[in-house]
Design a protein around this ligand. Structure first.
Ligand SMILES: [Zn+2]
Length: 695
């Protein structure tokens, strides 16, 4: 600028013309508009004497200009003197003097000479002087922005992108083999060949079926059959993949979005590079491809020097001879199986020296998991940089065992717990627990009751028995034990904490816990059979026990119902038994083990005189374990004979008679058992076999 700002201010003042004064006085009165100025601003332009500078006065009142816009048409420059604010501004005219539009016309005014002068010097199209100035200024702004963009693009290319090597020759061919593959075949009887999208060739096929998954006989890879007549073109699933190359004194990871269109004998690959991550001695850089150029992705982000992008962990990597780059970066990535995203690995390794130490000690799985597993990584933050075994919370002996198995994070945690517990557990067991994703905290409750080896075999057995994964068994056990505690079961008894069939024990608990349901059912039954509760109370005298077994009398409907639910037999669901209790023909009594008198075992149907009609346990069955209890039952029957009173004797006689008649009746009718183990047998045979007379 050869002319100073002060000199510009000394240029002659521009006065409003009569036309301008009149224009500014004009008002619109029409519909929505009431006494609104027709023109928001009026412009008058003059050339500055002896210079290629034009001075434009902007009037909003008829006395003096509100601002002067100085323009240098040849230099594409302008500056505005705000008369009212008394300061220089670079704001554009539409910002300083916003105009409304009225009937499609913007409301600015200029005389013809001003319009013609600006048209000549600004060389832009426009309907008004204001319009031309606005467009010209916008053009300058745009050009400045473009120049800045171009300079940034040039800088990024010069400093980074020019160092990026071309894609390896076989990269695209590798890429097209990723993701879904198909074999197209012609619909015909005995079709023998098809087009494999992976082989890019005609291959033999055997019994193809539309959408059926199979393996290509040529490349041996998984494919999906597509019948030509059904579909002529297929889009494969999209995804991302990464090309990793040497770059300067480090590496670059180039990430592409990927998709493929395939058809019979043809394909089109869509591979677009979207991000570039660079790790060199200068640090970490990340660029994103946007509108035709690479943009610094870290600009304005809160990047703190540690790069980690969790979703990159799953990206397929093409590693293009990056050994020299990795060596220059002194990365231990070379020692690993290279399954982890290389950028994430180096990022984690540079901030956490333990990772490198693990890799160097042969603990490559652990090194990888410190990179990919969030909980493992968190622990690293508190690890001191000392001796590796110590940093990992174990000792030399356990370090040796961990290395022998190339153990990962799960196994390491097991060794840590083993050390804390000051014990030695079997390596095979720990290895399996680790691979099943079972932590110490998952089973520490079990370990308090069951020694490790015994527990391990118990879990395996339950897993097989209940067709559950071992993890599910552990979950079931924890659920079961918390229910058992709520039910006040004796959880120190091995029968309780190591049930033979965990799955079943678990389900029984669910039913019992659901006391609301038991109460609800009991209420209904009580309404229908109001005498049952009272008659049950009279049974207290029949209770009996010795060292091994006991007979417990139900307190009422709810007890009988609950017993039936747990044992899953039918006694509590049949009206006939409720009726018999009401009529005092038979009663239901509970046979249980003396060491767990609250745990249902057998339900007995007993006549008032001690005759036992039926003995039922889980699923209407009788198990061999009942045999041992038979002497006890006989002892009990004798006891009943002794305590019976006259009324009991009368009832007993009646029951005995009724039973004999009843059995005779059903034998005549040839009634058979409908379900369960004894299905098909004569009901009378079954009942008589179960009958146990009191002598
Ligand atoms: Zn193939």
């Amino acid at each position: 600028m050869s002319v100073t700002k002060n000199e510009l201010l000394k240029t002659p003042e521009i006065k409003p013309t009569r036309q301008i004064i009149e224009a500014l006085a004009k008002r619109i009165n029409e519909g929505y508009y009431k006494n609104v100025p027709q023109y928001a601003v009026a412009l008058r332009c003059q050339k500055v004497r002896g210079e290629e500078i034009y001075k434009i006065a902007a009037f909003t009142n008829p006395k003096t200009a509100s601002a002067y816009i100085f323009i240098w048409p040849k230099e594409n420059k302008y500056i505005t003197w705000d008369v009212e604010e008394k300061k220089w501004r670079t704001a554009m005219i539409w910002y300083m003097f916003p105009v409304r539009y009225y009937r499609g016309q913007e409301k600015s005014f200029s005389s013809r000479p001003t319009f013609e002068m600006l048209k000549t010097v600004l060389k832009v199209e426009g309907k008004t002087a204001y319009d031309m100035i606005a467009k010209w200024q916008q053009g300058i702004k745009d050009r400045i922005r473009e120049d800045k963009k171009q300079r940034e693009k040039d800088r990024i290319n010069k400093e980074y992108m020019n160092f990026v090597k071309p894609e390896p020759k076989n990269f695209r061919n590798w890429a097209r083999k990723q993701y879904d593959q198909y074999i197209f075949y012609d619909y015909a009887r005995n079709v023998k060949t098809g087009w494999c999208t992976r082989c890019n060739a005609i291959v033999p096929v055997k019994k193809p079926k539309h959408r059926k998954e199979a393996y290509c006989q040529n490349c041996k890879k998984k494919i999906t059959f597509i019948c030509n007549s059904r579909k002529d073109m297929i889009w494969t699933d999209g995804g991302r993949l990464t090309l990793v190359q040497n770059f300067k004194d480090g590496i670059i990871a180039r990430s592409y979005t990927y998709r493929k269109k395939v058809w019979y004998k043809g394909e089109q690959l869509f591979l677009n590079e979207v991000t570039r991550q660079m790790i060199t001695s200068e640090g970490y850089k990340e660029f994103e491809y946007d509108m035709g150029s690479w943009k610094d992705a870290l600009k304005g982000s809160n990047y703190q020097g540690e790069y980690y992008t969790w979703w990159l962990n799953d990206e397929i990597q093409y590693l293009d001879h990056i050994s020299s780059g990795l060596k220059k970066l002194r990365s231990s990535y070379l020692l690993t199986d290279r399954s982890v995203n290389v950028v994430n690995y180096i990022g984690a390794e540079q901030t956490h020296p333990v990772i490198e130490k693990c890799a160097k000690a042969g603990l490559t799985k652990l090194a990888n998991e410190f990179v990919t597993k969030w909980d493992a990584k968190k622990v690293l933050d508190s690890v001191a940089d000392g001796e590796l075994a110590k940093d990992l919370g174990i000792d030399k002996m356990r370090m040796g065992r961990l290395r022998k198995q190339n153990g990962g994070w799960e196994l390491l945690q097991w060794y840590q717990e083993e050390k804390i517990n000051d014990t030695i557990w079997d390596d095979e067991i720990l290895f399996n627990f680790a691979s099943w994703d079972i932590d110490y905290t998952d089973i520490d409750g079990m370990l308090e009751k069951i020694p490790m080896t015994k527990l391990y075999h118990y879990l395996l057995k339950q897993s097989k028995l209940g067709t559950m994964s071992v993890r599910q068994v552990v979950q079931t056990w924890n659920d079961y034990m918390s229910m058992a505690t709520r039910l006040k079961m004796d959880t120190d008894k091995s029968m309780v904490y190591m049930p033979k069939d965990l799955h079943r024990a678990h389900n029984d608990c669910i039913d019992l816990i659901n006391t609301a349901r038991v109460e609800e059912e009991a209420k209904k039954l009580r309404k229908k059979w109001p005498k049952v509760d009272k008659n049950c109370r009279d049974l207290k005298k029949y209770e009996f026990k010795d060292k091994k077994y006991c007979i417990v009398a139900p307190k009422g409907v709810a007890d009988i119902y609950r017993e039936g639910m747990v044992l899953r037999h039918c006694l509590h669901t049949c009206d006939i038994y409720w009726n018999r209790i009401t009529e005092k023909i038979t009663f239901l009594m509970f046979l249980r083990k003396a060491d767990s008198p609250d745990t249902p075992w057998y339900t007995l149907e007993v006549e008032p005189g001690g005759n036992i009609r039926q003995k039922r346990t889980v699923g209407d069955n009788q198990n061999p374990d009942l045999k041992e209890a038979m002497p006890f039952l006989k002892k009990w029957q004798k006891h009943i004979q002794k305590i019976m009173n006259d009324e009991d004797r009368k009832l007993a006689e009646r029951s005995d008679k009724q039973r004999r008649e009843n059995y005779k009746e059903i034998r005549k009718e040839q009634k058979r058992v409908w379900h369960g183990k004894l299905q098909g047998q004569l009901l009378a045979d079954v009942l008589e076999a179960d009958f146990m007379a009191a002598i």
